[in-house]
Design a protein around this ligand. Sequence first.
Ligand code: TYD
Length: 211
Amino acid sequence: MFITFEGIDGCGKSTQISWFEATLRENGIPSVVTREPGGTKIGQAIRDILLSLDNTCMVPLAELFLYAADRAQHVSEVIKPALEAGKWVICDRYFDATTVYQGVVLGRHEKLIEQLNRETTLGCKPDVTLLLDCPAEVGLERRTKRDKRRDRFERKTLDFHIKIRYGYLALANKYKDRFRIIDSTLPEDQVARKIREVISPYLPESDLNQP
Ligand code: TYD
């Protein structure tokens, strides 16, 4: 089972992933929780380059190829082997993030983005993608409260984050079978419950009726 979490910055993914990880552990489900960019040693180095405030001059195409490099390494080293070993893989951002973020940043090159997404993922497609949706203002406010030192991405304008939000919603609408939209303005425990409801059909039989 391969589950990805997506959403704008500050949508609450990290908190929800920790809750979800605990649920899987309680249910004895072998799982790997990982993230992009930065799910491998090489990926962590790529992440540092991508998020560093020293690199504000990075051109959008360079950014696209760095995300692709991170993913190629991550899929081969972590995601594919874990899925082949029968584990659940929970990934904080995946190729949908490239489609949406680099799609907005580049404003063209859809075919190149599609091709890179296809080549780097080696056929590992998420079974379920949870889109934690909230208004961009809410996401930005949460991020600012959490960490005053904002990285390169969080210095982007509100307008940028609004475009990302609608980019994700459009993608969710296009791939209805895979995406589930979760209202992440709700209190944390309610969001966690909704995620559990979405995933419960995939959990072992005995877990279906737990509160
Ligand atoms: P991260 O710091 O992990 O933020 P969050 O906790 O909100 O997920 O994400 C780093 C940034 O990288 C985030 O703003 C989205 C961006 N990103 C892309 O632009 N393209 C991608 O393919 C991925 C995976 C992330």
